[in-house]
Design a protein around this ligand. Structure first.
Ligand SMILES: Nc1ncnc2c1ncn2[C@@H]1O[C@H](COP(=O)(O)OP(=O)(O)OP(=O)(O)O)[C@@H](O)[C@H]1O
Length: 254
């Protein structure tokens, strides 16, 4: 299948340090990929380059075969590249319904002047209720974000991302900071993501990586040192050396 998302020879240095050092990868619709690597490997920088929050020194980012390298972050969202953040960026005083409705309106190119009236827009609210229902947040849709649990806030971020109808979803540590008791709900939401969506997840929790990903990419010192199946990653000597040693030696495998 042809790539929905592609990165070609992406490079970015800070001072003399090549933080993203000639990275190339491609993803097809439906891919479930985990991007892992030790602290400082360059994962966040890579994601910022992909989303348009940081300019590369050279290289290309393509969505659906078209270069978006010179398109800003909002333009990339419109083309289907959506990111959820490692730290929640929700508005504490707003409700889940308001967050998702705004995303729906943004996706449809309906202007901000409609904001405030959307609660009376049946087609918008039907979509909002359905999406929040799928993520188990329907009962909370009119509560303030400040009143709902952190795990539910992370689910709401996934709902906001999905409301934008992405083709490619970048998830930055979707379960980080969520109490163990609530991680099951996040994992279920990840398992329920649309089948044709290409998902790239940055994650430190290797159990979650092995349950979610069908392909694992390992970054070390700005370079991809492994790109393959979860069952191979723990056996790879370069990966063991760079990152996984203790985990692999502990006998975990996909
Ligand atoms: N704006 C910047 N200016 C200078 N150096 C930077 C900048 N951003 C990142 N770096 C350096 O680039 C390297 C990679 O950082 P990055 O945050 O991308 O890694 P990471 O893999 O996301 O790490 P972590 O898992 O700890 O979040 C680090 O050495 C960092 O200090």
């Amino acid at each position: 299948m042809s790539a929905i998302f592609e990165v070609r020879n992406l490079k970015r240095s800070f001072g003399g340090l090549a933080v993203t050092n000639d990275i190339s990868l491609a993803m097809a619709p439906g891919d479930r990929v985990a991007l892992i690597g030790p602290n400082g490997a360059g994962k966040t920088t890579f994601v910022n380059l992909v989303t348009g929050n940081l300019a590369p020194d050279s290289g290309d980012v393509l969505i659906g075969g078209d270069s978006v390298t010179r398109i800003d972050a909002i333009g990339r969202v419109r083309r289907g590249l959506v990111r959820s953040f490692q730290v929640t960026r929700l508005f504490q005083e707003m409700t889940p319904a308001e967050h998702v409705a705004l995303a729906v309106l943004q996706r449809d190119g309906r202007s901000g002047r409609l904001f405030g009236h959307f609660l009376a827009m049946p087609e918008v609210m039907a979509e909002v209720a359905e999406l929040l229902g799928k993520l188990g947040l329907r009962e909370l849709m009119h509560r303030r974000v400040s009143e709902i649990a952190y795990g539910q806030q992370r689910l709401l971020e996934i709902a906001v991302a999905l409301a934008l109808k992405p083709k490619v979803l970048l998830l930055d540590e979707p379960a980080a900071g969520v109490p163990q008791s609530d991680t099951g709900r996040i994992e279920q939401a990840l398992a329920d993501l649309p089948a044709d969506l290409a998902v790239l997840m940055i994650e430190h929790d290797m159990d979650l990586v092995f349950r979610f990903a069908r392909r694992v990419i390992v970054l070390a010192a700005g370079t991809i040192i492994f790109d393959g199946s979860p069952s191979e990653v723990t056996k790879n000597p370069r990966v063991r050396e760079a990152y996984l040693g203790s985990y692999a030696n502990a006998g975990h495998a996909a």
